[in-house]
Design a binder for this molecule. Structure first.
Ligand code: AMP
Length: 415
């Protein structure tokens, strides 16, 4: 079997590495991939951008691909699964109509409300319908969100009404382009955040192991919020009781609701949840794909064949499969380029990868590329590497992947 992975980050490196480990798989192609995917056995990069849907369809045809997995949200929201289906190609992910759960927060909030799935109270506005009294009439902090895709940057937690109004102004003013033409304003929820990710086949959901990402950049939970400085799995906060409650109150009604409106959901579905102090789960957002940091520890723990799980999902048979996990804890720690999450320099040389490869655990690449000189890897993005270790507890896991002789490792993520 031949597999295509679309994307270029750590999530896609982990997906490619996991698929290449399957006995059924002869070759994995990653478009466009990074220096890490280029170095994996039975994995090859193809120089096609993750957003170039027509070129990806052509690549899948030319390479006789049997199964495609999509990493990032942008091609899913733009309809890559529809394009692959129209070309008779198997692609695991939601069609554009279902990917709107992530692509439009306005759609997602209206959907949640209609299906009585717990979420923060909200209102959606365009510039023409905006009424500042809505902000004045509600308690602060209050949350202002650009409705469309804004690369994780379109959410402002405003401490005051004036801060909220400034955020609304900036969004309508084009700070996030078309993503800010509609704005969702919602109540601030207190509690603990968890990521809950399932595979869905249109009707059934198969929950993946629990996981939690770590958003703040610096030690001791300080510094700016990022796309994720790492993640661990399992997440002890999700007890079996809470797990059952999330399935019953969030995942099942969401899948049933989408199927009932004629847009069944197939693919990874990621619910970002706030668990209220009384234990009630509330949806902060849906993502239509795996989380980038979460995917890396999750796929390290996955013992089942991912290609078989995807094939079962595409056949609508997820309720018949069982998934096996390594019982140990996996912890992934990101090494980011200086300046992240702002502008970062690229092209810096990375040393120590050979030494790191001989250690237990696994170093997944994010923003890396081959420099052109043989064997030389350089940085090309904000989140450069993610070292994933396994251990009997979250405290034990980092030591297996973060020895001092791995010169690259930044020890900035300790729990
Ligand atoms: P979102 O992209 O909607 O998940 O928002 C990004 C982050 O903003 C979340 O991971 C939360 O940390 C925070 N957030 C979003 N909505 C709320 C809310 N209603 N109450 C509190 N925090 C929120």
């Amino acid at each position: 079997m031949r597999v295509l992975i679309v994307g270029a980050g750590g999530r896609e490196h982990a997906l490619a590495w996991k698929c290449a480990a399957s006995e059924r798989v002869t070759e994995v192609i990653v478009a466009p991939g990074n220096a890490g995917t280029a170095a994996e056995a039975r994995v090859r990069n193809a120089d096609v951008a993750a957003e170039d849907i027509a070129a990806l369809v052509a690549l899948a045809r030319a390479e006789r691909i049997d199964l495609t997995l999509i990493g990032p949200e942008a091609p899913l929201v733009a309809g890559i699964v529809d394009a692959f289906a129209a070309a008779g190609l198997k692609c695991f992910g939601p069609r554009a109509a279902a990917a709107r759960l992530e692509g439009s927060k306005a759609f997602s909030k209206e959907f949640l409300q209609r299906h009585r799935i717990p979420t923060a109270r909200h209102a959606t506005f365009t510039r023409a319908t905006f009424d500042a009294r809505y902000v004045m009439d509600h308690r602060t902090p209050i949350v202002v969100k650009a409705s469309g895709l804004a690369a994780g940057k379109g959410v402002v937690i405003a401490a005051s009404a004036s801060e909220a109004l400034a955020a609304v102004d900036a969004m309508f003013g084009g700070e996030f382009g078309a993503a800010g033409h509609e704005v969702v304003i919602e109540e601030f929820l207190a509690g603990e955040e968890v990521s809950f990710i399932v595979m869905a086949d249109g009707q059934h959901a198969l929950a993946l192991a629990t996981s939690q990402d770590h958003k703040r950049r610096d030690d001791a939970d300080r510094g700016p919020n990022t796309g994720g400085m790492g993640a661990y799995s399992p997440a002890p906060l999700v007890t079996p009781i809470l797990h059952a409650r999330i399935m019953r109150e969030v995942i099942e009604p969401a899948l049933q609701g989408l199927a009932a409106q004629g847009t069944p959901y197939t693919g990874f579905l990621y619910a970002g949840l706030m668990i209220a102090p009384d234990g009630a789960p509330q949806v902060l957002e849906f993502n239509c794909r795996l989380g980038d940091p979460e995917a890396q520890p999750l796929l390290m723990r996955l013992q089942s064949d991912l290609t078989q799980l995807c094939a079962a999902a595409l056949a609508g048979r997820l309720h018949e499969v069982e998934v096996k996990w390594d019982p140990r804890t996996a912890l992934g720690v990101v090494m980011a380029a200086a300046g992240y999450p702002g502008r970062v320099r690229s092209g810096d040389a990375i040393d120590g990868l050979d030494t790191a490869a001989r250690l237990p655990g696994k170093v997944f690449h994010g923003g890396t590329r081959l420099s052109g000189e043989p064997g030389r890897v350089v940085t090309s993005g904000g989140r450069v590497l993610c070292a994933v270790g396994m251990g009997d507890s979250v405290r034990a896991a980092p030591s297996s992947s973060t020895r001092p002789d791995f010169t690259l490792f930044s020890s900035s993520f300790l729990l």
